[in-house]
Design a protein. Structure first.
Length: 356
């Protein structure tokens, strides 16, 4: 593997990528990053439908962002990824992974040969199993076909996939650092079509939930009510937010403002209630409260969303900082019209690659 690796975050409307030098070490450094738009319909709900279109976009991205490495790590994290708590007899991790297929068939909604399986150990308990020690962890199962489609598209672009990583782990890798690494932290990423909740205790992920809903739910509702283009609906959503104002913004009519505000409050209130219930579910099962929420993703930046979540869940909510635990090269750069916060997943994917 080269000394630099690029993490690739393939979304519904764009591809975001970040290059990290010396990944997997305490000296990992973010070098450069970028984003390119995807043609409509190329990707839907995290699945690649048009591999040639995605490959073309990747080639453009490598040109515009100036990435030096062709070694890449691909993110997987839509609702087709299953995460379950699992306790197994203690044995070397390699052996656990070799035997997973024989132990988890009853836990999966698909045949084992249709899924890619992995096990993420959390803790080992002595003498609690029938045959001795047990290891507790998370079973991760992803449908094989969508993952292979991503790998094929990346190879079609002339790139070298050196790993496939779970998006929730990438998020925790970059957002749980410093004081946030102490105690129980919930990371919530509200994206376009997927919401990810990963809860870490002392920086170790304990719980993962992936929900097939996100900011696009609000955008689609605005399109249906007002009959506008999706791009206009997206702009209206962000202009109005979750904070009622005495008057509509200058570029929005009073009629539009009232309708958009009603939609945003209705859809996002349901979203917020679901997040609160998930946090409560974890707390009741784990026997400990969540100390804080770190919020990321496009919807997380909508005005009023963080305050509403904090008030509803009665937990402090802060914005995630993807570069807080990393060095940043003095000449690091990214393409125009993108913020480093939008590159959280890409940075996390790249930084988790192990040097060999």
């Amino acid at each position: 593997m080269s000394r630099t690796v690029v993490g690739i975050d393939i979304g519904a409307g764009s591809i975001r990528a970040a290059e990290v030098r010396k990944p997997g070490t305490k000296h990992a450094m973010v070098m450069r990053a970028g984003e390119v738009e995807l043609s409509p319909g190329a990707v839907r709900a995290g699945d690649i439908l048009e591999p040639n279109s995605v490959a073309d976009a990747l080639r453009r991205l490598w040109t515009t962002a100036g990435f030096k490495s062709k070694d890449v790590v691909i993110g997987v994290g839509n609702h087709k990824v299953i995460s379950r708590e699992l306790a197994l007899p203690a044995m070397p991790l390699k052996r656990i992974r070799e035997t997973l297929a024989f132990q988890v068939q009853d836990m999966l909604p698909v045949a084992v040969d249709q899924a890619l399986l992995d096990f993420y150990p959390i803790r080992q308990k002595e003498g609690e199993g029938e045959e001795g020690d047990i290891v507790q962890g998370l079973l991760i199962a992803a449908l094989k076909e969508p993952v292979e489609a991503k790998v094929d598209a990346v190879r079609l672009a002339g790139l070298n996939p050196v790993g496939v990583d779970l998006t929730p782990f990438a998020l925790s890798r970059v957002l749980v650092h410093g004081r946030v690494a102490v105690g129980t932290t919930a990371i919530i990423d509200v994206g376009e079509s997927t919401t990810i909740i990963v809860i870490a205790r002392d920086a170790v992920p304990q719980f993962v939930r992936i929900v097939p809903s996100g900011g696009d739910d609000v955008t689609r509702a605005i399109v249906e009510r007002l009959g506008v283009e999706a791009s206009t609906a997206e702009e209206l959503k962000r202009s109005v937010g979750l904070v009622a104002a005495p008057h509509a913004p200058e570029h929005i009519t009073t009629h539009q403002y009232e309708i958009v505000l009603e939609i945003v409050f209705s859809v996002m209130s349901e979203m917020l209630s679901g997040l609160r219930n998930t946090l409560k579910y974890y707390s009741s099962n784990a026997g400990r409260d969540v100390d804080r929420v770190v919020l990321t993703g496009g919807v997380g930046s909508v005005e009023g969303f963080a305050d509403a979540l904090s008030e509803l869940a009665q937990i402090p909510v802060t914005a995630g900082d993807p570069l807080g635990g990393f060095e940043q090269a003095p000449d690091s750069r990214h393409t125009a019209d993108i913020d480093w916060k939008d590159l959280t997943v890409a940075v996390g994917l790249a930084s988790g690659a192990v040097q060999r």
